[in-house]
Design a protein around this ligand. Sequence first.
Ligand code: NG1
Ligand code: ZN
Length: 551
Amino acid sequence: RPASDAAISAGSALYPRVRETYTYGTAGFRTLAEVLDSVLFRMGLLAVLRSKALHGQWVGVMVTASHNEERDNGVKLVEPMGEMLVPAWEVYAAQLANAVTDAALVEAVAAVVAAAGIDLAQPARVVYAADTRPSGPRLIACLEHGLRAMDAATETRGLGVATTPELHYVVCCLNTRDAPRPYGQPDRAGYLSKLATAFGGLVTTPPPSPLHVDCANGVGSLAMTALLETLRAAGTGALLDVRLMNTATATPGALNRDCGADFVKFHQKPPAGLRLQEGDRWCSLDGDADRIVFYYVRDGAFRLLDGDKIAVLAAVYIRDLLAAAQLAPLPATAADAAATPQPLTVGIVQTAYANGSATAYIRDVLKLQTVCTPTGVKHLHHAAQAFDVGVYFEANGHGTVLFSPRAVALFHAAAGATPAQQAAIVALRALTDLINQTVGDAISDLLLVEAALAHARMAFPDWDALYTDLPNRQVKVRVADRHQFVPIKADTELAEPAALQDQIRGLVAQTPQGRCFVRPSGTEDVVRVYAEAQTVADTVRLAQAVCDVIY
Ligand code: NG1
Ligand code: ZN
């Protein structure tokens, strides 16, 4: 028997499992922080196994519950290139988390080792971080114990408090150190200087007015402060004019409370206690700084610029640069050098939560391809990889733009015959550095939006006017067992309960431009109802009618 068995068993006894079933949802395990000790210990074991299965590549562990209340926490594993854990290992994660006794956990570990064909003699490397939640340090200690229990020789790096995208970035950097094109220096300074340098290459003049940033009282405020220092040190501080709000990371209970990107998107109103002057520019980050939404007030009305609007802005920006660069097409793959050159493909990936107007605008006006995937960034990320320029955003402001290796190679090989072409090529290169290639990143996206607006000389109202959102509403419904709701067709319908789906179909048919779907949340103990329609009254009626059926 492996030497680790005794250490696993002894460690597990210190972190007894206190719950019936843990599920690895859209964002890993996420629930009340007080019931997560056993899960963190066990994810320490799993992270080591994952790294060994990948022959000692670095894997990441992020301890966060993002936009959830402060009393929640969570954990998710990150793959070597900064992607979300592969599905087969989500199953292993659940098996470890739900092993009932210490002995059962030892057995579950052995089962994963056998199923994944792991050579335990392989090295293991794990990097981890936590957001600002008070439960973070305790949970990190549980995780560290798990890492040691599985293999005392595991090479570890603790980043302390970091944003989720920063952790993804560092994982990717650590694994590409010896690659022809390393992703960056694997620490916070490297992350910030990569962003600051790229931004300085894209923006040459200060913005017309400051951008107010609601930091949700979370880790985003620390990262934004550090970014400002980096820009100042580089002599480009004036290019980013931000006012940081909700920066109380040490105030108990303040995280995400009545503020942050999720609050603003869900309630379609500003964070509590902040006064928005007509025309001021605002944005909100979420609790781990991987989401962002923008907003302003016009004629007394709150106007939201959500993830769909960011996707459209990014797509327009990149499309303009591609047009200006006039790049000579490349063969689709290097192996295909003799084949007909193909222009770069640009596509936008969305989920069912994308506003119908956004999808119509992308299809009919921008004439770009759209893809709809199930909720959860891992699905969007995967779909975006099918394009040379894959723009993906959830309506809630979580997203990024992926550039294919072919696109990056083309940007770096191209020279440009005219100054305009050269400028566009330089800008495209800078964008591949500015935009986080591993995961949605609120801070990177903030800089992207500022650069895109500056490039197009657009103010918030111009951006907003690209298309008009259909009225929409989200409702959370608590049910006895949300796992009874089985979504299909990229979350747009339910397979179960079939009777509910029939009733939704009937209600939608009676509603002009109506669209409605119900799905179980992967991060909260609720089912979510989404409705949109031509008018606010119809939207409210549709959402309410569907809620009434669920009850
Ligand atoms: P759930 O709780 O599964 O709806 C939420 C978001 C997702 C995604 C995850 C991860 C909505 C409706 N859902 O998932 O899009 O961002 O959190 O944080 O916004
Ligand atoms: Zn988040």
